[in-house]
Design a protein around this ligand. Structure first.
Ligand SMILES: [Mn+2]
Length: 314
């Protein structure tokens, strides 16, 4: 697989790197990690990064590329394999398509090369494997991006997706001299206002019969705390983790722009990705999500999750 990936990269003078919309640290980490490693390793190639941006971007702005460039480019999509997660349709114009992902979903993009490993902690870990195995150069800025991606998707090496290889790769990234203190501060220092919002969140949590904890974030909550729907959905998704009575937890956020409901589902051990898939979403076994057209469907999801909690506790 690494050789096949290398051949595709060697063969193209123009490479466009994309990832899922509304990027998290792993999407950025995989995208920029690959970008900076390829730029350093192949200075004569034209390497581009495309996509939407948000407050988690610690690197650079994205490129605007026209169809002429796309037509001669290898496009590499990281941290997703499905069309509905992409911010535009530009993949349709690429000369060749490569997908590198660690999610459970199958790809509907018909890529020429599909490197999928659902056991990997993060897309950033997959990119690091490619760089290391193909002996590409690893500049410090690429190592920083990849390290942030692994840290982001493993909850600081906490989740069971962490394997011996995750630490072996982290060690190689750290050996480039990246500043961990700076990295963790840039990722995890938050405002007093944000802390207060999290405290407020916990005040109205509902717990189902078999321990599914959840909360609905309405427009009043969003305007009171001056936060947008997407940021609230992601940043509050894990507020119910680590609570003994709650093996499964969910967060539902009113998406003001679309009128839909953003759902984040999480669990300590019980696999729940089947529920996310049932409602048109996907992700990982214990961390996944979907978007609902109507608020009424929340109770259906809770029912399904509650059933899983019941079955797994015997
Ligand atoms: Mn990821």
């Amino acid at each position: 697989m690494f050789k096949q990936i290398d051949q595709a990269i060697q063969k193209h003078d123009s490479i466009v790197i994309s990832r899922h919309k509304a990027p998290d640290y792993d999407a950025y980490g995989a995208q920029f990690g690959l970008f900076y490693a390829l730029k350093e390793s192949f200075p004569r190639k034209n390497i581009y990064v495309i996509g939407d941006t948000n407050s988690l971007n610690r690197f650079r702005d994205f490129d605007n590329i026209d169809q002429t460039i796309l037509n001669q480019s290898l496009m590499i999509i990281v941290d997703t394999a499905v069309e509905q997660m992409l911010f535009d349709q530009s993949f349709q114009h690429a000369k060749m398509l490569m997908v590198i992902d660690h999610h459970q979903n199958d790809s509907d993009l018909n890529p020429a090369i599909y490197y999928k490993d659902t056991e990997a902690s993060s897309a950033s870990e997959l990119i690091a494997r490619i760089i290391i195995n193909n002996r590409y150069l690893l500049p410090q800025i690429a190592a920083k991006a990849l390290y942030m991606g692994i840290v982001g998707d493993t909850g600081r090496f906490l989740f069971s997706s962490v394997k011996p290889e995750t630490f072996q790769i982290a060690a190689k990234l750290l050996a480039t001299g990246i500043d961990l203190n700076e990295i963790y501060n840039s990722m995890y220092v938050e405002t007093l206002q944000a802390k207060k919002m999290k405290a407020d969140y916990l005040k109205e949590v509902v717990i189902s019969q078999h321990g599914v904890g959840y909360r609905f974030i309405d427009r009043d909550f969003l305007s009171l705390h001056q936060i947008d729907s997407f940021t609230a959905s992601r940043s509050l998704a894990n507020q119910l983790s680590g609570i003994k009575e709650i093996p499964i937890w969910a967060n539902f956020t009113d998406d003001v722009a679309s009128g839909r409901i953003l759902c984040e589902l999480r669990s300590r051990e019980i696999p729940i990705v089947g529920v996310a898939k049932k409602y048109g979403g996907g992700g990982h076994l214990n961390a996944c999500g979907c978007t609902l057209a109507q608020k009424e469907a929340i109770q259906d999801i809770i029912k399904d999750l509650d059933h899983l909690a019941e079955v797994h506790h015997g």
